[in-house]
Design a protein around this ligand. Sequence first.
Ligand SMILES: [Zn+2]
Length: 98
Amino acid sequence: MNFCSHCGSADLKKIVPPGDTHHRYVCGNCHTVHYQNPKVVTGCLPVWEDRVLLCRRAIEPAYGRWNIPSGYLENGESVVDGALREVREEAEAGVRVD
Ligand SMILES: [Zn+2]
């Protein structure tokens, strides 16, 4: 991280902020703490009678491999809502989560 995404300052330090347990980039200008967390992937395995619905990847990585309909969670979306959206987007299927 070279610049603060909040104020644009290059005055960033990687420190453990007070009350935290991990090193974070903290802006020396606006004091914003920049959390870098993993992206959450959501999806589900649709089951109908004795069959499951899988998707074949059309892009890299793992082009051509089979996978459950899944993808990155969007901001403000629940894990279940994201899974339902991904199944609809990738397989054009409507599912119910039990
Ligand atoms: Zn800043």
